[in-house]
Design a protein around this ligand. Sequence first.
Ligand SMILES: C[S@@+](CC[C@H](N)C(=O)[O-])C[C@H]1O[C@@H](n2cnc3c(N)ncnc32)[C@H](O)[C@@H]1O
Ligand code: SF4
Length: 437
Amino acid sequence: MVTDISHDKTEVGNYFIANYPPFSVWSADHVGAVQEALSRPSTSVEPMGLYLHIPFCRKRCKFCYFRVYTDVQAKSIQDYVDTLAREVEILSQQPAVQGRDFRFVYFGGGTPSFLSERQLLGLVEKLRRNIHWDKADEVTFECEPGTLSQPKLEAIKEIGVTRLSLGVENFDDAILEENGRAHKSKEIFRAWEWIVATGFPQVNIDLIAGMIGEKWDNWRRCIQQTIDLAPDSVTIYQLELPFNTRYSKELNVLGQETVAPWSLKRDWLNFAYDEFLSHGYEVSSAYTLRKKSNPPTRFLYRDNLWHGSDLLCAGVASFGHLSGVHYQNIDGLEPYQSAVAEGRLPINRAYPVPNDERLIRELILQTKLGHWNANYFREKFGVDVFEHFRDATNDLVQRGLAQINTNEFQLTRDGLLRVDSLLPGFFKQEHRVDRYT
Ligand SMILES: C[S@@+](CC[C@H](N)C(=O)[O-])C[C@H]1O[C@@H](n2cnc3c(N)ncnc32)[C@H](O)[C@@H]1O
Ligand code: SF4
């Protein structure tokens, strides 16, 4: 179930909708479906991508809900990296994967830049014995500022990264400290100089609206500081408190009044939109603004995923999607590593998505872009989405959250600022109460 933001209080629960149907309906009973998809030579016309999960961080941020490990010995990290390479080797031998090129690659986490140059280059050297991404149009790599150095950035560039994403979150040292970030602003500026000197085709900055301790004056400064750095894109999340974050567990002690309500986070995001729009940026999704350029800066991982591409995943607890089947790897380092050591793919749960739910999935994910065209769904699914989702679309239009012009559906600014809360309106009734865990 998705948290109800109409209460305005930022309560414990999920806001961001990463996929559909919710993860809690995926199950071990369906693992056979993804194994079967892997064992068939693919006839898919969908592009294929690869997600590689690096689950380590210097420190666990108090707001973070990802599966991450801190205080890990170098030997355990090397073991993990070796396991990841072995998992990719097993994946590369699957009939569904053979003969297909990776069109996009994503090193996500956790913190991929936590790896040393040696670990990273060693990992890529091992991966290249079985796969390559020479035909990929985009290779993204997530970084935490304090883990970077000039030589590490050179190594990141050497492995073919085209899109670097930097988790800045905020520029105020007291806020960074309070929220448990491992870096301070000095490390952001230092890393930025190295990033510019190394030169990547595309750099994104992540910010969070509503970190604990945030105030209007500081947020205005943060936005100005980001504009001054002039990244190719900026991604702004609204702070949410899923069940497993440290703040969610400590909310009683922390006090509800210290957490900005949803309406204030939307005001902050709205302000950020205005500032970026007046400084040469344009909206690229509900979360991301990109610098205007010709051709426009693209984010292929997101766009492919939101249009139903195949995505192989490797790493503990990582998520994939192949030939219409969702799947997730084992969540837990030891069991994940044992499975791979036994020569098995470490898949733990799956969900074959029926056609009607594939339609819903693509429609809600594309709604996060802020607009879609009904012709796309008519051609791909043979469905008139305005008819099929009449109640949901009419409701949004009546509430001033969306507009429809012939075949084009477009969220208004107000709709964009609260997009994830609107998506359950398109869900099948039975999935509206399912948990996103
Ligand atoms: C995997 S992290 C990015 C790389 C690196 N680990 C870092 O934090 O610098 C992905 C992003 O998720 C966002 N995030 C994590 N927890 C969040 C939360 N509770 N609410 C909103 N955004 C969150 C942060 O903006 C973070 O940059
Ligand atoms: S936000 Fe990033 S650095 Fe912080 S714990 Fe989560 S994954 Fe690690």
